[in-house]
Every structure is written in C-alpha cells, then in structure tokens.
Design a protein around this ligand. Structure first.
Ligand SMILES: Nc1nc2c(ncn2[C@@H]2O[C@H](COP(=O)(O)OP(=O)(O)OP(=O)(O)O)[C@@H](O)[C@H]2O)c(=O)[nH]1
Ligand SMILES: Nc1nc2c(ncn2[C@@H]2O[C@H](COP(=O)(O)OP(=O)(O)OP(=O)(O)O)[C@@H](O)[C@H]2O)c(=O)[nH]1
Ligand SMILES: [Mg+2]
Ligand SMILES: [Mg+2]
Lengths: 275, 291
C-alpha cells in the first residue's frame, strides 16, 4: 500500500500490525490510524502517517541538544534511568562527542551502589581523556554530585556529566534519592543541572511510558536518550511519551563503541518504525 | 482488574438479551488489547485470543449463569497452561561440575543473575564457582569478582581474548577444585550480531553446559520474539530467566519467550540484592500479565 491514498480495512490491519510490532502500543496505534483515516486525502496514507508521527515527535520545541559553544559554564548534565538502560556507556560516548566538539569534559560517578560502577565510569573517562570525580562505594550520591560540581567550577570544566545508579521508577526511596541529587546540584550552582537526560532502552515495551511519567514527576527531564537502536527493537513507545509528556528525544545510542551516539533523527526513527 | 472488566462487559451484553458468538468475539478483542498493553507479542496474542475464543465457545460460556467469571477463568487457565503449568527447576548433573551458561542482551541483568544463582545454589558442602567470560565491558570482570566475594563462592578469570578458551579453562579449574556448579557469565550481545552469536556457539560446543539460560529484561516489548527466536536457533537453550520484575512492567514478554523458545522460565529477578531471585510460578506471572 505504499502509493495508495485510500486503504482497505485489511490494509489498515496490516498498518496496525506494523505499528504494534514496533512497540507503538494499542492506544497510540489506534489514535495514529484514526488521524490517518481522517487526514488530507490528497496525500498517500503512508505519507499522512509519517507526517502525524513527525508532528508528535516535534511536540517540544527544545528538540535539539546543544553540544558546543556553551555560555553558562560549567554545564552540569545529570543522567538518570532504570537499571541497565545504558547510562554509564552513554556518558562515555557523550563525553567523547562533547570533547570532539571542543569542550573540556568531566565525568562524575554518583552511582555509589552497584558493584564496579565507579571503576566502569573511570575506565571510560580514561578512554575519552575526560576528568573524573569518584568516591568510595557506599558514599552519598548527593555529596559526590556536590563535590563534582565544586571541582568542575574550580577546574574550568566546560561540561560535567553526572552518572547515577540505575533505579526502578516505582521505588519511592530511589526517586527521593534522585530528587536529593538534583536539588543538591541546584543549590550548589544556580541554573544547574542545565540538562537532565532520561536514558530509555529501545527494547523496552509499554513500561517506558511509566518510566518517563514517574521520572519526570520526580525531577524535570529536559531530554531523552534512546539506546540500543542498533538492535531490532524500534522504540515506538516514544510516540506515546512525546504525545503525553512532550519530552524530546535528543540522542540515539546505536552501539557499544565510543562513537556509537548520534543526534536523534526523527525522520530516520519514523522510517525505522514503518520498516 | 480483568475480572471486573469482563464481569461488567458480559453483564452489559446479557442485559441486551441472550449472549451470542459475537459477544465472545468482542470479549476476546478486549483480551487482545489487554495483552498488547502488557507487552505480549502481537502474533502470540493473535494465537492466544483465538484459543480463548474457541475454548469459550466449547465450554458454554454463553449458557453460563456467570459468563464474565467463566470467561476470565478460561483466559487465566489458558495463560497458566501456556506459561508452563508448573515450576521447572535447574538440572544439576550427578557428575560435577554442572555447568550453567548465562547469556542474553546488553544490560538484561546477567552478571547480577549469575551471582544470584550462585547464592541460590549455595548450601553447606556444595562448591560454586563464578567465571567471568565478559572480556569486553569495562570493569565487567571486577563486577563479577566483587559479587563472588559477596556470595562467598569461588571465582575464575583469565587474561585472554578467546572466550571459549576462558570457559574451557574455567571448567578445567572447576574439575580440579571439586566445584559442584560452575556458572559462566557472558557478555551482553545483540541476537543479530553474527560474530558474537558465533562466540556463544563456540562456548557451547567447547564446554557443553547442562543448562543454557537466556536472561531477558522483564520490561522487554515486542522484540522478545526476535530475541527468543535467534537465541534458540543458535543454542540449545534449557531455560529463561526474566529480570527486573520488581517494577510495574506487566511481563508479557514471558509468554513470547515460552512459546517461541519452547523452554521453561525457571526464575524471575525481583531486585538488585543477591537474594532477589524467585522460582518462576506460572500462576503468579499469569495474574501479573492479566493485570
Ligand atoms: N548494543 C548496544 N548496547 C548498548 C548501548 N548502550 C549501552 N549498551 C550496553 O548496555 C549494557 C549496559 O550499559 P550500562 O552503561 O552499564 O548501563 P547502565 O544504565 O549504566 O546500567 P546500571 O548502572 O547498572 O543501571 C552494556 O553492555 C553496554 O555496552 C547501545 O546503544 N547499543
Ligand atoms: N531492580 C532490579 N534490578 C536488577 C535486576 N537484575 C539486575 N538488575 C540491575 O540491572 C542492572 C544491569 O545488571 P547487570 O547484571 O550488569 O546486567 P548484564 O546483563 O550483566 O549487563 P551486560 O553485561 O552489560 O550485558 C544493574 O543495575 C543491576 O543491579 C532485578 O531483578 N531487579
Ligand atoms: Mg551505570
Ligand atoms: Mg554483565
């Protein structure tokens, strides 16, 4: 049905299957197909669908993450998300991207909980030539964040990336811990954190919406990093997230290597969902 | 809850007169939507809804005094049966060491789960060894070594770029040290990464594990079918472990994993602590998926 303007019921069924297999979710898929049925009949159905999806993803005007020429320095960026989503690796790649664009970068290991989390981030800082602030395991994450912001301020750092422990959004005491890290940063430096990025795994299904809801209720999220898009999962749940929460996807993780991070491309994402 | 939803639906429908086959179709469409929202795979949902529909017609839901309740029971029973009816434990070899190989996608919880399994299997007189076969992720070996100290079990690592060799030497060391259970932690990998999947096949052919467990993140969406398909093609899986079910993910991927791999889900991970491993019970997961 690529060139068709009007689709049969069974063709709409095929489109629905495509969307559902991409993790768009039944409610969002129904809404999308409804708007396709009622849309500009001069365009093909697929074109109507693409435009509707792009419009949803463009719901927030702050869709482009600034990655160079910062006026407020040090930039303090906080990274959060559920366990295993790719936060630590994303920070390594992002630090590399920022360094390549002319910034002096520092990484802070505020995951003081998980085994070898601090070592993991320190290895990344060595790999990309960034500064590093850590602590002994078990230290208070908020105090690591505080020390890191102080160090970044005194060491003429351009961008400080703060790694946090993975946490399930449903655990109140862990949400509270994140809120404390966020407010400690804000008290130490007005205007900080300048970015708070939520890392979501593209392989996650409908639960990503619950994650985005609860994390953004706890702290103000400025953007989403969608990781593991190099797999076969399409990350279609991002449409429901964009529609409901108006959160922009700013970066895409496409592999485990230091260079495997791209600026999010909505057109490419839509192409991926539609196979 | 599902019971309330279907009791309500059938009440409305029977209020409109005698129930018909069309009403069963409507109910099964609602089941379909609920399962899609719970991350059950689209194709698995289709087959499941068709089975429920056939069963509902065959078991006279239409003539029941409580059609809603009867329908829900059919859905629930079908789910429990599909998930595997009863718990299937780990197969420990009478000739030690039993080798358990753990594999799966990046970040699914393998390393933590290996340590949890070691703790679960620990009992007086039984020696467990954890072997670090992830040579790629920064500090992966350290992570497992720290966990092995927390469990209080043996630990094996080797400075080599040949993962099959590392696993082979771990097994030889386990034999030497009279280890009862050797658990191999492998690197996370994509099911579409041919080289990395070939690495797992080499390990399997070299070490011939008694158990090959696929560790899958409980929040996984439609992709669960792809993961199960490719890993089953590459390896004779013996079981699945679903992690991070201490959150609010419905866990519908469990259905896809069981149906596609044909293997039992043996455990679920319910937290970051090493004690947070539970034996899989189909009835509990069925209730969770059905919400
Ligand atoms: N294929 C692929 N793997 C990724 C990507 N991003 C991260 N990973 C891998 O995912 C796994 C988990 O990454 P981490 O960076 O440790 O994730 P995390 O969110 O920091 O984990 P916790 O701190 O334990 O919550 C590692 O094996 C990474 O190499 C990606 O974009 N693609
Ligand atoms: N809440 C919760 N977290 C878990 C569970 N299992 C593992 N985790 C966490 O998930 C994150 C990833 O766990 P790992 O054991 O490093 O995952 P992995 O599969 O070995 O990752 P790679 O080796 O990079 O592929 C860590 O933060 C763990 O503490 C679980 O059942 N519940
Ligand atoms: Mg981390
Ligand atoms: Mg691991």
């Amino acid at each position: 049905f690529t060139g068709k303007k009007a689709l049969s019921a069974s063709e709409y069924g095929e489109l629905e299957e495509l969307l559902l297999l991409a993790d768009v979710g039944p409610r969002a898929a129904e809404k999308l197909l409804g708007s396709v049925k009622n849309g500009d009949q001069e365009l093909t159905a697929i074109e109507r669908l693409k435009r509707e999806m792009l419009a949803i993803l463009a719901a927030n005007s702050n869709c482009k993450l600034q990655i160079a020429n910062f006026s407020d320095k040090p930039q303090v960026w906080l990274i959060a998300g559920v366990n295993g989503s790719g936060k630590t690796t994303t920070i390594g790649k992002l630090g590399n991207m920022l360094t390549a664009n002319g910034s002096k970068v520092m990484l802070a290991a505020a995951d003081t909980y998980r085994a070898a989390a601090i070592e993991q981030l320190e290895l990344w800082s060595k790999k990309i030539g960034a500064g590093f602030v850590g602590s002994a395991p078990g230290a208070d994450p908020a105090s690591v964040a505080f020390d890191a912001v102080s160090a970044a301020m005194s060491q003429k750092t351009d961008v400080l990336l703060i790694d946090t422990a993975g946490r399930l959004h449903t655990q109140k005491h862990l949400r509270d811990e994140l809120v404390k890290v966020h407010s400690t940063i804000a008290k130490k430096m007005p205007g900080a954190p300048h970015q708070t990025l939520l890392v979501l795994d593209a392989t996650t299904g409908q639960n990503a919406l619950s994650q985005a809801r609860l994390f953004s209720e706890a702290i103000p999220i400025s953007g989403i990093v969608l990781t593991k898009l190099d797999g076969t999962a399409k990350g279609g749940i991002m449409l429901a997230i964009a529609q409901e929460l108006k959160l922009p996807v700013v970066l895409a993780g496409v592999g485990e290597g230091v260079g495997d991070l791209k600026v999010f491309d909505a057109e490419e994402f839509v192409e991926g969902v539609l196979g | 809850s599902l019971t309330e939803k279907f009791t309500g639906l059938f009440k409305d429908l029977s209020g409109q007169g005698k129930l018909s086959e069309a009403n069963i179709k409507e109910a099964s469409a609602r089941v379909r939507r609920a399962l899609l929202e719970a991350d059950v795979n689209y194709k698995v949902v289709k087959d499941f809804a068709a089975a429920v529909e056939a069963r509902a017609l065959g078991e006279d839901v239409l003539t029941s005094i409580t059609p809603g309740q009867k329908f829900v029971k059919i859905v629930y029973d079908q789910m429990v049966e599909t998930l595997g009816s009863v718990n299937q434990p780990l197969a420990l070899s009478p000739q030690p060491p039993t080798v358990i190989m753990v594999c799966g996608l990046q970040g699914s919880g393998k390393t933590t789960t290996c340590a949890k399994l070691a703790k679960h299997l620990s009992k007086p007189g039984r020696r467990i060894m954890l072997a670090a076969a992830d040579i790629y992720r920064p500090a992966a070996v350290q992570q497992l070594e720290i966990l092995s100290k927390q469990v209080g079990c043996d630990f094996f690592k080797l400075d080599s770029t040949d993962v099959a060799q590392i696993c082979q030497e771990a097994k030889q060391e386990a034999v030497k040290k009279l280890i009862d259970v050797l658990i191999l932690d492998t690197a996370g990998r994509l099911h579409i990464d041919t080289e990395m999947m070939a690495e797992l096949e080499r390990v399997q052919k070299t070490v011939k594990p008694q158990e090959i467990l696929l560790v899958v993140d409980g929040m996984t969406g439609q992709d669960a079918v792809n993961i199960a398909t490719e890993f089953s093609k590459a390896l004779p899986l013996s079981g699945v472990i679903m992690t991070k079910l201490d959150g609010d993910a419905r866990g519908g991927a469990a259905l896809s994993l069981k149906v596609i791999s044909g293997q039992p889900i043996k455990f679920i991970g319910v937290g970051e602590k090493l004690s947070a491993l539970e034996e899989f019970h189909p009835s509990r997961v069925a209730s969770r998926i059905l919400g």
